[in-house]
Design a protein around this ligand. Structure first.
Ligand SMILES: [Fe+2]
Length: 392
């Protein structure tokens, strides 16, 4: 839900003749959400965006999902996953429900062109750098960046300067800033932890030549999702200009301004995005609670309607010291289980002035299931770390 943007060449009036240097018309495309009753953009293609010359089914490696039974808090060590592959087909799916899939990849090569027709994607760059190339242009991504890619945008991700570590949250629907931070017309309000100046969008068109270009499509089928592969007559990166409010955009977690207080601030203070039946929050380095009797780490808590996923992406996470949590760890604290700081952490934290932690949280309102890759890198002792002596 970013603000209006105009890139490249567009005609002064929409839906009017806009001609190429050879005199032919550019092919205008309206891309819009929610039955064209929500955000949209108009794109001007050199070739017909409808021209495909082949279509075939594609079967990715099957993802098995199993319920969190017996119900336990889980700790997944993403850095123990196999590295390599590309940022689309190489994703290791970890946690999933019908609203979102959470996966991780260490991408070391360009991805194929990809169109996710199921919903928006939120990519978080843990480490490294990449170019996100799409029909709308280029976004350069570095560590700490979120990238929001709207449904059905054709894109590819190209690592620049070595492997790039990514957490991917794929929604079944749309991802945007929390509604409470937006005016009725969509402007960020003064109490929002970030605003338009922090958002980055493509700045110029990206044009590529080519014929018979493959695009992987993840799409809807009855009861779930499936993959197909389309072959486009011409390269889809042929847009000379576009305008509107629908486009891929990036935002750095380092531009998220933390909301702090005299006593502990609840998790919604960290909310960064909302999706269908889930939220994404950012925990960033910040001054901590400054009441004279404050206890800076969180109280034990039970988010009874949610499963809480926390991806530890930098700094020291004071509340979890001694639990085995490390850089790249993911914890899953499901509904039906009370969780909280490690034993002794509240006492140790008293007097702290600042926490140097960086984490991305995904709270889902429906239960998450565990995928095969998650079980392969699970720290099975984690569930008992509140009752057993601390690990080093
Ligand atoms: Fe929590």
């Amino acid at each position: 839900m970013p603000y209006y943007r105009s890139v490249g060449e567009i005609p002064p009036k929409r839906h009017t003749q806009f001609r190429q240097p050879d005199g032919g018309l550019y092919a205008e495309e309206l891309m819009g959400q929610e039955g064209f009753s929500s955000d949209s953009s108009l794109l001007y293609h050199r070739h017909l965006p409808t021209a495909i010359v082949a279509a075939e089914t594609y079967e990715p490696r099957p993802d098995s999902r199993s319920p969190n039974r017996p119900l336990k808090p889980r700790h997944l060590r993403t850095h123990k996953l196999d590295a390599g592959g590309d940022a689309v087909l190489g994703r290791a799916q970890l946690l999933a429900n019908d609203d979102c899939r959470i996966s991780y990849v260490v991408a070391d090569r360009p991805s194929p062109l990809y169109r996710n027709a199921i919903g928006d994607e939120c990519l978080y760059v843990e480490d490294g750098a990449a170019r996100l190339e799409s029909t709308f242009g280029v976004l350069e991504l570095t560590a700490g960046d979120y990238a929001i890619i709207p449904t059905s945008v054709i894109y590819r991700l190209v690592p620049t300067g070595g492997p790039v570590r990514l957490l991917a949250v794929e929604a079944t629907g749309h991802i945007g800033p929390p509604k409470r931070y937006l005016s009725v017309r969509g402007q960020f309000l003064e109490h929002s932890p970030y605003c338009e100046r922090d958002q980055r969008g493509p700045t110029e068109p990206l044009l590529a030549d080519g014929t018979e270009v493959e695009v992987y499509v993840r799409h809807r089928v009855r009861g779930g999702t499936a993959w197909s592969r389309h072959v486009f007559a011409h390269h889809p990166f042929d847009v000379v200009g576009w305008d509107g409010c629908l486009y891929p955009w990036a935002f750095s977690i380092h531009d998220f301004e933390p909301i702090t207080g005299r006593i502990h601030q609840p998790p919604p203070a960290h909310q960064t995005f909302q999706g269908p039946n889930f939220v994404i929050c950012s925990f960033v380095p910040r001054k901590v609670d400054y009441h004279p009797l404050a206890v800076p780490v969180p109280y034990n808590h039970h988010n009874v309607d949610s499963d809480e996923v926390l991806f530890y992406t930098g700094g020291n996470y004071e509340a979890r010291a001694g639990s085995g949590i490390e850089q790249g760890s993911i914890s899953l604290h499901p509904g039906g289980f009370t969780h909280g700081p490690q034993p002794g952490a509240p006492e140790r934290a008293i007097g702290a002035e600042r926490f140097d932690e960086l984490a991305v949280m995904v709270d889902t309102f429906r239960p998450l299931e565990l995928c095969e890759a998650a079980l392969a890198v699970e720290d099975e002792e984690y569930a008992w770390t509140w009752s057993r002596p601390a690990q080093s």
